[in-house]
Ligand binder design. Structure first.
Ligand SMILES: [Zn+2]
Length: 379
């Protein structure tokens, strides 16, 4: 009898709304973007990979609902091509950012925490390193430190993502032409004499800014703490895009990776409000990139996530509110979306492995047929 009473109590408590977090359903109007058609025989010159760290389908769904309701269209919702990516690393069901970014950068699965080395610690060439030999220039943007797992997988080769001082040294010796993010505490700035170092948001917003050197922007000690004085993902991406595209006729093309790093951090903390702020910056970045692709017509935009974080669930509607629940403070093994726009986008409409994204990019630019050359911009 006592047990039955206890079970009823547990049942009642389990069904109450107190275990859910409540957020208001929004009413913002959709900002419809100009999306143009690309024929399937057009090929891209430039590649932009946008990463929403920890940004699963439900993180996007919640952002849509809270912005403008279930029928609202975010910028990411307006990309015409949509596929699905598996995310598991070598020897595990659940990935971290290091192994997932290594899969995109090198086309190989590795162990969690490893950066662009295989599970036996053999060095794997990254996309920017491969593209450099074919006359490409490249940029990396992140709202974390530039030495953090996702950005680092594109230039560093090391057996622990946590060796950030060593990763910073590897950045300085890498072929990356523009790196923008946080991570000042990991760099020995004296060793960066060959780079043009930016430390202030104002320099980033200066339209007359000119440099022939490698550009390294370090806007916080570690991850960028969001404030008026610090640049957003959108601002850093706009700067990188402007510099990479400005004199691009002198090169084969450009590769840019830009990451909304802290969507993941907010999801680890099960902090929906912070997650939505980080996502908004990410989606504004996507909006600018869609407009860039529409005007440029030579750039392929690919957006995906390394993994889902937080086991976020959209549970119920209660009047004008959405009720959500988090399942964990860690990463989950759920597949993530892939969204694409531009020449070659149609190749991203299937169920793919995260490593496939690497090979699809190389196929689309006919990597094996490109002539060997080095582009002299920002060296
Ligand atoms: Zn994470």
């Amino acid at each position: 009898m006592k047990n039955t009473y206890l079970l009823i109590l547990i049942f009642l408590f389990g069904c109450s709304n107190s275990e859910f977090e409540t957020l208001p359903i929004g009413s913002s109007e959709t900002d419809y973007l100009n999306i143009i058609d690309f024929s399937e025989n057009q090929t891209p010159k430039n590649i932009v990979l946008v990463v929403g760290d920890g940004t699963g389908i439900n993180q996007i769904t919640l952002s849509r609902i809270v912005k403008g309701g279930p029928d609202h269209k975010l910028a990411i919702d307006q990309l015409p091509i949509n596929g699905t990516s598996l995310t598991h690393p070598y020897g595990n069901l659940i990935t971290d950012s290091a192994a997932a970014a290594t899969a995109w950068a090198t086309g190989k699965k590795t162990k969690n925490k490893y950066l662009s080395i295989d599970h036996e610690k053999n060095i794997l060439k990254t996309l920017p390193e491969m593209l450099y030999e074919k006359g490409y220039i490249s940029g990396i943007v992140a709202t974390s430190s530039i030495t953090h797992a996702t950005p680092a997988a594109f230039f560093a080769h090391i057996d622990s993502r946590y060796k950030e001082k060593e990763i910073a040294n590897q950045f300085l010796n890498s072929p990356i032409n523009i790196g923008l993010g946080g991570g000042l505490e990991f760099f020995d700035i004296e060793k960066a004499s060959k780079s043009h170092v930016l430390l202030d948001r104002k320099e980033l917003l200066d339209l007359d800014f000119r440099s022939d050197k490698k550009i390294l922007g370090l806007f916080d000690k570690d991850g960028i703490v969001r404030s008026e004085e610090k640049p957003t993902q959108r601002q850093m991406t706009a700067f990188a895009l402007q510099h990479l595209s400005k004199n691009i006729d002198a090169c084969t093309g450009f590769f840019l990776m830009t990451e909304g790093s802290q969507i993941d951090w907010a999801a680890h903390d099960n902090d929906a409000k912070k997650m939505l702020i980080e996502f908004d910056d990410f989606d504004n970045t996507v909006k600018d990139l869609i407009n860039f692709v529409t005007n440029d017509k030579n750039t392929l935009l690919i957006i995906t996530a390394d993994h889902e974080t937080g086991g976020l669930q959209i549970m119920k509607q209660n009047n004008k509110n959405v009720l959500i629940k988090w399942g964990t403070g860690s990463h989950t093994g759920t597949p993530v979306g892939v969204y694409a726009y531009g020449p070659g986008a149609h190749k991203f409409s299937d169920l793919m492995d995260n490593t496939d994204i690497h090979y699809k990019i190389l196929d689309l630019i006919s990597y094996d047929n490109l002539n060997e050359s080095i582009c002299e911009l920002y060296q």
